[in-house]
Each structure stands twice: as C-alpha cells, then as structure tokens.
Design a protein around this ligand. Sequence first.
Ligand SMILES: Cc1cc2nc3c(=O)[nH]c(=O)nc-3n(C[C@H](O)[C@H](O)[C@H](O)COP(=O)(O)O)c2cc1C
Length: 387
Amino acid sequence: MPVITCIDDLKRLHKARTPKMFYDYAESGSWTEQTFRENTTDFAQIRLRQKVAVDMTNRSTRTTMIGQDIAMPVALAPVGLTGMQHADGEILAARAAARFGVPFTLSTMSICSIEDVAAHSPAPFWFQLYVMRDEDFVRRLIERAKAANCSALVLTLDLQILGQRHKDLKNGLSAPPKLTPATIADLATRWRWGLGMLGTKRRFFGNIVGHAKGVADASSLSSWTAEQFDPQLDWGKIAKLKEMWGGKLILKGILDADDARKAAEVGADAIVVSNHGGRQLDGALSSIRMLPQIVDAVGDRVEIHLDSGIRSGQDVLKALALGARSTYIGRAFLHGLGAMGEAGVTAALEVIRKELDVSMALCGERDAHNLGRHNLLIPEGFFTRYS
Ligand SMILES: Cc1cc2nc3c(=O)[nH]c(=O)nc-3n(C[C@H](O)[C@H](O)[C@H](O)COP(=O)(O)O)c2cc1C
C-alpha cells in the first residue's frame, strides 16, 4: 500500500490507474480553465495566523450540517459518472463517507442508481437533483429519493446548460467508453480499472437508463444534457420542487449575493457557494473570494456551505474562518477513489481531517466553531478588487 501524505499523492495514482477519458473529465474546467485554476490559487493567497502557548488538548472537528452531526465539516460533493472512475464508485464512496461520519451526495448523473446505493450504504445519503424538462421524470426521481430514505435534496442550479470542457469533446467522453483504437490502447494499460469494470454490471447512468422515457442514447453526457435539462428553471419552479420534496433542501451553485437572498426567501435550509469546481461559467470568481459578501447578505438566515477548490484541511479551515458552516470536496475524493477505491476515499478524508486538526491547533483553536477572521491574514484588496 503506497504511503499517502496528501491529496496530490492520490491524484498521481488516480491519473496512472484510470482511463484518460475519465481522469480528464475530473481534472478539467470549462473553456480557458481560468476559474478552475483560480479556485485553488485563491485559497493559496489566504494565509493562516500562527498562535502559540494556547492549550491545544481536547480538539474537535465535529460539527453539524443542516442539523446532522458530522465528524468534520466536509461532505462529498455530487459527482456525475463516479462509477466510471472506479467500478461501483458511488457505492464505495458512500460507504467510505458513512464509515467516516460525513455526508455523501449522490448525483442524478451517477452510474449506481439511488436504490442500489441505498441498498449498499450503511447510512442515509443526500440526493442531488438536476431539473429536467420531463416533469414526470423529475417527480419520479424525487419519489425514488424519498423511498430510498435520502436525508436531503441538493438542487443544483448552475448547470441547466453545459459549460464546454474541451478535453471531453476531444476524448469522446461517454459511459461506458465507446471502443475506438485510441480508447482500446488506453484501456489496455489500466488493467485494474478494466478488471473492476468486467466484474460489475454498473456501467450506465443508473438513475436514467430504464427510467426516463424516450431516451435514445444517454451515454453521451453533453448531448443528453442539451436535450433533457430544463433551461426554464426559475425561482417559481424551485419553490414547487421544495414543496414536492418536503424535506431538507440545499441549493447548490450560488455565487451572487442577490441570488443568495432569493435562496433564503424560497426557504432553503442551506446554500452551497459554488462555481461547480470551475466547470461552468469560465471567468466567474472563485467561491472563496465570493464567500464573505454572501455571508454578509444571508449568513443570519440560511446555513452556508462552500465548495470549489478545496484540496486540503487548511482550505477547509479558511472557508470556515470566512463564515462557511461546512464544505464539500469533489476532485479530492475522486482522486482517492480512482487511486484506491473505498480505501482511497477514506485516505482522502483522513488526510483532510489531519490537516484541519493540526492546522487548527497551530492557529490556537480547539473547536472548529471558533474559527474566524482572526485566524487569517488576507492580502489587501483581496475581496474588493473586483466590483
Ligand atoms: C467530474 C465532476 C463531475 C461533477 N458532476 C456533478 C454533478 O453531477 N452534479 C453536481 O451538482 N455537481 C457536479 N460536480 C461539481 C461538484 O459537485 C462540486 O461542485 C465541485 O467538484 C467542487 O469543486 P472541487 O472539485 O474543486 O472540490 C462535478 C464535479 C466534477 C469534478
């Protein structure tokens, strides 16, 4: 078993062990990838204030998200095609999260279905919904999530139309991969991945195929999204979906203070400040840079979560210190999954918890709830540079 000391170790193994088409799908942003890059470089600009001679015994990273007790302020973000990074990927990630004590969010565009994950996960998980034109299909998806005992609905608002990711077009991304000379040559060198895939039946979009009417070919993500996602999604429809679901609702993809106010008005339990990991609007600012103005606008009315760019426990600490209640990781857990399956996801969570715990101690903090601006050193003009 390789020695894993940081998320980058997992990323290198992920790249070596997973077909290029799927590694590239994970490790890319839209168009010039400016937003994708800045999500991480902006975190790096924020520094931590060292404090000494503070009692650092009895530290705790425990907290809650939407009232649910969790081991640390990190959830697994919804990620489409997770079951293509590693055979049965969603089930493995859900298990790792449940055993670790953090939430797992299942994407609408997962390979393993809602029912399949529910049957194999030791704890309830959250379901992420993309709103489709076919209202009946959306209603049935919500019913299926209820029947599977999902404890929150995460409604994603920033992908009604797909931001272009050049590599996916060049690689001919599809699930399962179409066999061309290039993919066959690539697959031949990823024998672990291939053996895993040969040993599972879960190779198609489990929530879609056999459930959505008139879907000719759901294997191509881009064409299916263009045909099926509802471009008319608005706040009125969001309010109706909230009623239809009737449980905890998290609105994901908020990057603007006015939108955050609307999300609070509609009665969301939480919002996720997110630019979809830099995969949608290229040129948008990083989530961490937008966070304080959203906290100022609605922090007293709705729980605020953040994702996009988190690769370490130090990043989690920075997000909390700027007012987020909790965070999500997308690529950081995918690297673990692609590297070593369930053990890799656990390793990713352990790396981040250790980094968070030790960094908190060195900042003179014992409880994640006490983190604040006083823990940070921020370059002048960092939050006001763009207006
Ligand atoms: C490969 C990949 C697929 C994704 N698929 C979805 C999805 O199906 N639904 C969704 O709401 N967000 C999706 N996202 C966005 C993530 O939920 C999350 O916002 C993002 O990964 C956070 O950024 P990070 O990867 O830098 O942590 C996806 C992200 C990646 C990297």
